[in-house]
Design a protein around this ligand. Structure first.
Ligand code: LMR
Length: 399
């Protein structure tokens, strides 16, 4: 029956985590997957999340099904987090939100919805992007293309080339954009660039699909939602999939959402209805515990304050590690420009290391990163940054 099934080569990120876990070398360092580890190299459990879980238990712990669209309180809190409380789009009821299974689940439900309702559209992702974007949209039946994004020569964005590519797309093309903390490059659009993008999206009738997986890891919670708010302020219709995996350190709980900002309340109601139906056909309804955690952390004033402080501490520790790695590399390889570590935002840095250099780092130095040269800066700490800098300098000195 299944002898014709193709072998699965494995996911480039998860396979590397498996290889890291199997590595017996005690000094190994994991800079592969986008997970925040604390200064001791541990996966933190946030006090705000513990507090939310205490409230959930105290409430009795019954486990009913959630509706297809998820928990109402969580969905309301997500809209406020993304757009800012009191945003006119929320007041006008032109925002439709469903709870996701992480942001990946939201992305996928959105992709399936779009495949049904914009069947002639194609998808455009940044070059490069998170590997799974392509797989997800192709899995929904889309043709996936790329638009120019990262400029290896300058370490910036090829913004004019990006705009030019988008201007040439057919109406209703779906444009996947990273709202902040671009994965894998760490190189974001500036506010001015987002503003310059708005008329192109409007005039070309493009559907922006924002991925917001790292809100709070760039400059702050509201600051990192700039793109969402700019598009909503401009009256555009767009999608945004957001995640709490990293910002609340709840990876396996699958906390996230998908939000459609629509033209008006009637359109939002239609979109919500079909998103609910898409959920029903795929997994029926989302996880209860995830919704309760997010609803309590965002909605309870005390837990909210605690969470914002904990998220700020994670953001600041990553920024400190960026400086630590930068300074150590500058010492070891004077004359080379490592300023990109300081200007890139969020968990990731694009190091420019070749796949061969990445292989050497893993094989000779037990430092794990994905073969595009992306490192997860949140895997660094004061106990391993010296060794990582030494290893990187060693492979950078030879080709
Ligand atoms: C990553 O890019 O490492 C994270 O988003 C985790 C994942 O699912 O790939």
């Amino acid at each position: 029956m299944f002898q014709h099934v193709q072998p699965y080569a494995g996911d480039p990120i998860f396979a590397l985590v498996d290889a890291f876990n199997a590595d017996a070398r005690p000094h190994k360092v994991n800079l592969s997957i986008g997970i925040y580890f604390d200064e001791q190299g541990r996966l933190p459990v946030l006090d705000s999340v513990r507090g939310a879980e205490a409230l959930i238990l105290a409430a009795g712990g019954a486990k009913p099904y959630l509706p297809m669209e998820g928990d109402a309180r969580m969905r309301t809190e997500v809209q406020k987090l993304l757009l800012g409380a009191g945003h006119p789009a929320i007041a006008a009821q032109r925002v439709a939100t469903i709870q996701g299974v992480g942001s990946s689940g939201g992305l996928k439900i959105g992709a399936d919805f779009l495949r049904t309702w914009l069947p002639d559209s194609q998808v455009w992702v940044s070059d490069p992007t998170w590997d799974n974007h392509r797989s997800m949209f192709e899995g929904s039946g889309f043709v996936v293309n790329t638009y120019p994004y990262y400029d290896a020569a300058s370490g910036g964005v090829r913004f004019e080339a990006m705009l030019q590519a988008l201007r040439g797309l057919p109406a209703r093309s779906i444009v996947l954009l990273h709202a902040c903390c671009h994965n894998p490059t760490g190189v974001d659009l500036t506010r001015e660039q987002w503003q310059a993008l708005v008329p192109v999206l409007r005039e070309r009738e493009l559907l922006a699909y924002l991925d917001l997986a790292y809100q709070g890891f760039g400059d702050g919670i509201a600051e990192d939602a700039y793109a969402v708010r700019a598009l909503a302020d401009a009256g555009l219709t767009f999608f945004v999939a957001n995640s709490f995996s990293k910002s609340m350190s709840v990876y396996g709980e699958r906390c996230g959402a998908l939000t459609a900002v629509c033209a008006d309340a009637a359109e939002a109601a239609l979109v919500l209805g079909q998103l609910r139906y898409t959920v029903r056909r795929v997994y029926s309804s989302p996880p209860l515990h995830a919704a309760q955690i997010v609803a309590h952390v965002l909605g309870d004033a005390e837990l909210r304050g605690m969470w914002e402080g904990e998220l700020a501490a994670m953001r600041e520790r990553i920024a400190a590690m960026r400086r630590a790695l930068h300074d150590r590399l500058v010492q070891r390889l004077p004359g080379r420009d490592f300023s990109y570590f300081l200007t890139q935002r969020g968990m990731f840095s694009y190091t420019g290391l070749s796949a061969a250099q990445v292989d050497r780092l893993r094989e000779e130095h037990a430092v794990y990163l994905i073969r595009s040269g992306r490192i997860c800066v949140a895997g660094l700490n004061l106990g391993n940054v010296e060794r990582v800098a030494e290893a990187m300098a060693a492979v950078m000195s030879t080709r």
